[in-house]
Design a protein around this ligand. Structure first.
Ligand SMILES: [Zn+2]
Ligand SMILES: [Zn+2]
Length: 171
């Protein structure tokens, strides 16, 4: 059983990718605050608007998409400000930058310490599905340790065609 969300991400019940809960969002916000404090960065009104819009919206947005959303609220915000703020979010470990083969950088909230998700990407329509699969995580650890590695991070991306594109014969 799956339910499409407005942001084009399909969340299957068996896949268990829940919306980040409030406690996780608060931890990410606290992480950003302490990072900015450490770096001596001031929180400007524009930066706050960008950060709030990023926290509130759908996952995997490009800089252009986020720019469109913040400019709907403040026409004075430029590309460079959004770009720098997203870089700041990534540096502080609050956002993760992803590239799914279309040459665009997409940003999502970083996984909380306890959670990790991977992605299925439709090569026909660009839909991105998030999933969590403990068996894959366990297998990856086993493969790594067989080679004497301890994993610090990994990306698992699967490319293919989504059910809708398969049904319509899109390629
Ligand atoms: Zn598709
Ligand atoms: Zn994701």
């Amino acid at each position: 059983m799956t339910s499409p969300r407005s942001d084009g991400i399909t969340v299957g019940m068996g896949e268990g990718h829940a919306e980040p809960d409030k406690a996780a969002l608060d931890r990410l916000r606290a992480r950003l605050q302490s990072y900015m404090l450490k770096k001596g960065l001031r929180s400007t009104a524009q930066r706050r608007l960008i950060v709030d819009t990023f926290f509130g919206g759908p996952s995997h947005r490009t800089i252009e998409e986020l720019l469109g959303e913040v400019r709907a609220q403040d026409r004075g915000i430029g590309y460079a400000t959004v770009y720098r703020t997203l870089k700041l979010l990534a540096e502080s470990g609050v956002a993760s930058e992803r590239r799914f083969g279309d040459g665009l950088s997409r940003y999502e909230l970083a996984d909380d310490d306890s959670a990790h998700h991977d992605h299925l990407i439709c090569v026909a329509c660009g839909k991105i599905v998030e999933f969590e699969e403990p068996r894959i995580e366990t297998l990856q650890d086993e493969v790594a340790s067989r080679h004497g590695f301890e994993i610090t991070s990994h990306k698992h991306e699967m490319y293919g065609r989504c059910p809708e594109c398969l049904a319509q014969g899109r390629s």
